[in-house]
Design a protein around this ligand. Structure first.
Ligand SMILES: Cc1cc2nc3c(=O)[nH]c(=O)nc-3n(C[C@H](O)[C@H](O)[C@H](O)COP(=O)(O)O)c2cc1C
Length: 164
């Protein structure tokens, strides 16, 4: 099993087909998220799946409305402050959980985009979703079947990233 092509070929997808994702697939994506590593194995994440009107309503809290509108579903990812032991480490764990989901999504022939810009209006999103103070929104994943072949992307050369 070679993970490298999967890592390299995953791209952010921002336009999606009008095609439903079956519940089993969503369940498996969330399973991939929950199997991420976390400090002290505290698993500080919580997930919420949004679709239909609830999904579209999030458009008003972000400049990424076209992505949200086009997506078949959203997965909102939260820090569960109840299980948090170290804010910085917990956020890293949540990042790992998100990347697990992105890679699994890609593997399944779906596409996704990690949305962070919406955090600028985090308080309004919380109010809209009627969330208690124990949850903190960290990202929204927009997902669906890709409409078109995704563009290429670039990375800095490895030699520029090495500290000697
Ligand atoms: C923390 C984080 C926040 C991001 N927020 C957004 C966003 O709000 N809107 C968006 O279109 N893409 C967002 N992205 C996707 C990045 O733009 C994308 O990953 C980057 O340009 C590299 O492209 P690639 O994912 O196709 O390799 C975000 C990615 C990360 C990791």
């Amino acid at each position: 099993m070679d993970l490298m092509p999967i890592i390299k070929k995953r791209r952010s997808v921002r336009r999606f087909k009008n095609k439903e994702i079956c519940p089993e697939l969503i369940e498996n994506i969330l399973q991939a998220g929950r199997w991420a590593p976390s400090g002290l194995n505290n698993q500080p994440w919580k997930f919420m799946v949004l679709e239909g009107e609830n999904k579209d309503a999030l458009c008003k809290f972000t400049h990424c409305q076209s992505i949200i509108k086009s997506a078949e579903k959203l997965i909102a990812v939260f820090l569960n402050k109840k299980t948090s032991y170290n804010y910085q480490k917990d956020l890293m764990a949540i990042g790992a959980s998100i990347e697990n989901m992105l890679l699994y999504i890609h593997c399944q022939g779906l596409g996704a985009c990690w949305l962070g810009e919406i955090l600028n209006q985090r308080k309004k999103v919380h109010k809209f979703l009627k969330l208690g103070s124990t949850l903190e929104l960290e990202a929204v994943i927009a997902l669906g079947y890709p409409l078109a072949k995704t563009k290429t992307s670039r990375r800095k050369p490895l030699k520029d990233l090495m500290i000697k």
